[in-house]
Design a protein around this ligand. Structure first.
Ligand code: UN1
Length: 490
């Protein structure tokens, strides 16, 4: 890998790219933390005020632009992203740490999301009801909310921003966006794609900074709604702050997602998919498989294969072709996950794979964690209940399918789950019993298409779901119109 000069941080405010005069921020390559990827001053409160003012001013004209035309801007931005997928994918791998293949895939996914919403102008725009009164119809029309505060996490540095910003914009809102400070480069790429595709100045503002800047957005009187993806603690704080100001919040938060492998599962398929769910993106997806429930009849055979594959996974620099799993995002994540693994062992888990820190070479220098499988007996353990957001899979055995579903539901979260079975009756029982927002039958727990709702049950999320037509619930409000003609009735 060549060591290139760090990119200078720039913020997009009122259509202009500016350097920030706030505290110095630096994103580093988590595989080689001595390499700085991007650096510069963060945005200030003054930048935030300018951005919110510009967004409010731009929003009116943008909302008045026909939706079809707004969509054309998103489609044009999708083309820019698609053209740059290789280069931006490499930047993503270097800045966030997921493998090159996943990173390029994510950049393409962002383009796909923009294209989906870009075509929204050609879809149904509201509802019409019959009226109990003669000569009247009742229309339910959709209107934008205004200025949306968008706060996004590090783990999908371009796809998650796309799936919040694209619906915000297509429905006629303007955006003030703060990405995670660990991934500014990809944020700049997405903002530049939208800006160069013809978005009017001020419709999208990008401000890079720390959590205080995020708080500034959430509490700004000119911000009319907030959409957030990230940790449960911050999500609840954001929702509370938004509620106190009387503005809506959409918070996509934690998961402790189970894969349930039943006796009759196809074992090769199940092992392959659990591996992907647990270790792709180094386990740093809110939809990652972090718990495994396996029924007794298949448990020994399944775990033997899973452990062999987890141990054999090639961990390394995400920009190397051979690498199957990269590092976690930063030092603090590395510490939390390492401590979580040590706690699991102390609480009685048997560590079947991974578990010990890398002590020398490149893996010790970067923020690498070995793929870890920790089996629990009947004891409670933090690794079963708490989201570690890393490559750590907690395992429990169940006597039968019923017990397996009960264990899978044993979480305050309910984002996603996967069930592996070839028995249709068991699959239908899973659909009925698993309390989750997203259920995969015979595929890994992660993965979400842009045209269908995404979000969790229980404590995984607050507010309307994301994606597909669900996104419209959050990014618009309705006006119910009782419509009669003005002429006297004959
Ligand atoms: C996926 O499963 O591909 O933060 C997407 C996250 C989720 C997105 C998951 N909001 O990981």
């Amino acid at each position: 890998m060549t060591i290139s000069t760090p990119t200078t941080l720039q913020h997009l405010v009122a259509g202009e790219w500016l350097s920030g005069s706030g505290a110095e921020l630096r994103s580093v390559n988590p595989a080689r933390p001595q390499i700085t990827v991007a650096a510069g001053g963060s945005a200030t409160t003054e930048d935030l005020n300018t951005a919110v003012g510009a967004a409010a001013a731009a929003q009116r004209g943008w909302a008045a632009t026909p939706m079809h035309q707004r969509g054309a801007v998103l489609v044009a931005a999708a083309e820019v992203i698609e053209r740059n997928a290789q280069a931006w994918g490499l930047d993503l791998a270097a800045e966030e740490g997921k493998t090159k293949a996943e990173a390029i895939g994510e950049v393409r996914r962002a383009a796909q999301i923009l294209r989906y919403y870009g075509n929204e102008g050609d879809r149904q725009a509201g509802d019409i009801y019959s009226s109990p009164r003669a000569g009247e119809q009742i229309l339910v029309t959709r209107k934008p909310i205004g200025v949306i505060g968008v706060i996004t996490p590090f783990n999908f540095p371009i796809a998650i921003p796309a799936w919040k910003i694209a619906p915000a914009l297509i429905y006629g809102n303007a955006v003030v966006w703060k990405p995670a400070s660990t991934v500014p480069l990809l944020a700049m790429h997405l903002a530049s794609a939208l800006n160069s595709a013809g978005l009017p100045a001020g419709a999208l503002n990008l401000l890079i900074g720390d959590s205080a800047l995020g708080d500034g957005i959430v509490n700004h009187a000119g911000v009319d709604a907030v959409t957030f993806t990230g940790s449960t603690g911050i999500g609840r704080r954001i929702a509370a702050a938004a509620a106190a100001r009387g503005v809506p919040a959409q918070c996509e938060m934690g998961g402790k997602n189970a894969a349930v492998v039943l006796d009759d599962a196809d074992i090769d398929l199940a092992v392959e998919q659990v591996m992907l769910g647990a270790f792709r993106s180094t386990g740093q997806k809110c939809t990652a498989t972090s718990r495994l429930v396996v029924t007794e009849g298949i448990a020994d055979r399944f775990l033997e294969r899973l452990v062999a594959q987890a141990t054999a996974l090639t961990v390394g620099d995400p920009t190397d072709d051979a690498t199957q799993m990269g590092p976690v995002v930063n030092e603090s994540a590395h510490k939390t996950i390492s401590t979580g693994i040590a706690t699991a062992a102390a609480q009685g888990a048997s560590i079947l794979a991974g578990g010990s820190p890398y002590r020398d070479g490149a893996l010790a220098d970067g923020y690498f964690i070995a793929p870890t499988v920790a089996e629990l007996g009947d004891q409670t353990a933090d690794v079963w209940t708490e989201e570690l957001f890393g490559p750590v899979l907690a395992v429990r055995r169940a006597a039968n399918a019923q017990e397996a579903f009960t264990l899978a539901n044993d979480s305050e979260f309910g984002l996603s789950a996967a069930v592996f079975t070839q028995d249709l009756t068991r699959a239908l029982e899973a659909v009925e019993h698993l309390d989750v927002g997203v259920l995969h039958v015979n595929s890994e727990s992660a993965g979400a298409d842009p045209h269908v709702p995404f979000g969790g049950a229980k404590k995984s999320g607050l507010g309307p779901k994301e994606q597909g037509s669900a996104a419209r619930e959050f990014f618009t409000h309705t006006t119910t119109v009782y419509l009669r003609g003005g002429a006297p009735r004959a």
